[in-house]
Structures are given as structure tokens and as C-alpha cells.
Design a protein around this ligand. Sequence first.
Ligand code: PLP
Length: 263
Amino acid sequence: MSREIVPVLTIAGSDTSGGAGIQADLKTFLAQGVYGMSVITALTAQNTQGVQATAEVTPEFLAAEIDAVFTDIPPRAVKIGMTSSRALIETIAAKLQEYQAAHVVVDPVMVATSGAPLLAADAMETLVERLLPLAEVVTPNIPELTRLTGIGILDEDSFCKAAVRAARAYGTAVLAKGGHFTGREAHDVLALPDGTLRHFRAPRSSNENTHGTGCTLSSAIAAHLAQGETLTAAVAGAKAYLTGAIGYGLALGRGRGPLWHGW
Ligand code: PLP
């Protein structure tokens, strides 16, 4: 094989049902042609119907996981998903700074589609203060963007305004995901800190087996950035991949089934 296979890391939570979290990230990495590694922040007992229990690792154990990876196989990009609590966010931020991690993609995971909290109520401020300054891009969905900006998002106008406000306020690129809208197109916008906007549209799939879409998109962006693409190209490539994975989403379980990565 002549192409170099680059290592990429996900720091996120485990989903027993294999649809979201670490499991989605590793499947995405393989499908995108990169070598996947994983640092687990929390275990979830979870299926397509919801999250039944969660168990966080200690900050000390999380630090040991991150050290093990970075001192041996330094990743070319890092995706951050479920961070769970303030103490874990502090550990992640300190370690990413220590190792000068490149191409950090932050998915500001707050609540699962089922309604289960994946981030402690008091942890958003820490995420904003400690992780967003390290991010090359942040990927909020509409409820997350509302919490980050205080802007109620009712239409595409307020959606774009909120994305620009977040990018300016946090000094990082913001990919706002419009998947919660109900139009014929899945419309995402990439706002840059200078206020410019790029639009990404794909036909909306009628497949309702969408468990793990946010995880898949952010890990695909990390995989593309690791391979040297510009942010715009990485987002376009990741969205094209996500559109395929949703199209092939599997009717498994009693709730919204998982995406399929092996078509
Ligand atoms: N479980 C874990 C561990 C996650 O990291 C995430 C999302 O990032 C979810 C569940 C939520 O997935 P969904 O909203 O598709 O149910």
C-alpha cells in the first residue's frame, strides 16, 4: 500500500449499542481510511431506546489513557465527544495543551436524542473556557448552539446569526448542524471567526435510523483534517460520508437505529 495511514484519536463516551460515541467514531475512522484510537471518558449502558446508566472514569485514569496514546502514537487529529464533567474537561484540556494536539474537533455533546444528559449541568462553562480555545472547529446542533449563544433558533436566519455569534465570541470555526430543522434539505453552516459563512446542503433522508449522526460527523471531520485537507474540504467530505451512512441507517432495535458504515 503506498498511501500513508494516519492515526486519529477520539476522546468520548462508550455506547453499548454501538451506534454512537466511541463505537461510531472508530467505525467512521476505518471507513475514512485512518487508524483509529480511543480514550474513553465514560461508559454508558445504552441502547436505541435510551441511556440506562453511566459511569465516568476518574480524572487520573483519563490522564493515563491520554498519556498512553500521545507518548507512543501521536494522533494527527483529535475528536472530542462526551466529556461528562468539569473534572474530565479540565484533564482533557491540560493534556491536549501539554502534547500540543493538532486539529482538535469539539462536538459539544450535552444531551442524547433520548433526553439523557451526557454533560453535567455545571460543566458547560468549563467546556467553553477550556476546550473551545483549543478547537479548530466546534460542531453544535441547534439546541447546543442555543445554549452556547442564548439565541433562540426558529428559522435559518437566526440559525446563521447564532453560528456567526458563536464563531466571533469563541474565536473558532463553528459548524452549526441544521439536522433538527424539518425542510427538504439538511443544511449546515460553517461560520468562521471573521464572520464569513459557508453553506453545506444535502437532500434530507427519510430514514429515521439516525442514532449517532453527530458523533459520526465530527469524527469524519477529524479524519479528513488528519489527512491534510482544509477545514472546508474536510466538512464537505464528512457531510458526504454522513449522508451515505444515514441513507444506509439500520432498522435495529426498538428506537432509532444506528447508522451503517460498511456500504
Ligand atoms: N451516547 C454517547 C456516548 C454519545 O457520545 C452521544 C453523542 O454524542 C450519544 C449517545 C448521543 O447520540 P444520539 O443523540 O444520536 O442518540
